[in-house]
Design a binder for this molecule. Structure first.
Ligand code: GAR
Length: 194
């Protein structure tokens, strides 16, 4: 069994996709949100998964927040950390504590529309502004940069006439994110990755 923690900040539709995928040899031990109002916490509770809120706002500095986050993950013997819409920057210490054991879903085809400031709806606004005809999503390992780690899976999604950022976001989630995030976890848990 691979012990997995999913880190979230918002609605948790990617968390739901992971739960619904019922991935063999995967135990979702823990969901952590930095935002106590995140609907993702409800999704975790509804699925009988332990749900915690750890917010940087409750700590004197980011260093102390990350120390507690690492400690919590280690106490639960977490072997894979999945960032599923987690909007807190991960510290170098966290990357060192979990080398090649943290993955992230990003709503574009990296290296387009990624890095500082590109998260959530902003990514789709930028893609429409640039006029790309194809966008998509990427699952990658997390390293010390922002969206710079090795790519695991990508899936393209067509942009359509009349798309708004919201419509495009929904299509990218449905056609790409909810497919490749569970798939990547499945590959990691069951030895499908080189
Ligand atoms: C998802 O679209 C995810 O790709 C994005 O936040 C959304 C979370 O939705 N993540 C980023 O932009 C990270 N840079 P969810 O809470 O419904 O899964």
């Amino acid at each position: 069994m691979l012990n997995v923690a999913v880190l979230v900040s918002g609605g948790g539709t990617n968390l739901q996709a992971i739960i619904d995928a019922n991935i063999p040899n995967v135990d979702i031990k823990l969901v952590i949100s930095n935002n106590k109002k995140a609907y993702a916490l409800e999704r975790a509770k509804n699925a009988g998964i332990k749900a915690l809120c750890l917010s940087p706002k409750d700590y004197e500095d980011r260093e102390l927040f990350h120390e507690d986050l690492i400690k919590t993950l280690q106490e639960h013997e977490i072997q894979l950390v999945v960032l599923a819409g987690f909007l807190v920057n991960i510290s170098p210490k966290m990357v060192q504590a979990f080398p090649r054991k943290i993955i992230n879903i990003h709503p574009s085809l990296i290296p387009s529309f990624c890095g500082k400031g590109y998260y959530g709806l902003h990514v789709h606004e930028a893609a429409l502004e640039r006029g790309v005809k194809v966008t998509g999503a990427t699952v990658h390992y997390v390293d010390e940069g922002t969206d710079t780690g090795p790519i695991i899976l990508q899936k393209p999604v067509m942009v359509e006439k009349g798309d708004t950022p919201e419509i495009l976001q929904k299509r990218v989630m449905e056609q790409a994110e909810w497919v490749i995030l569970p798939k990547a976890i499945e590959m990691i848990a069951n030895g499908g990755l080189e």
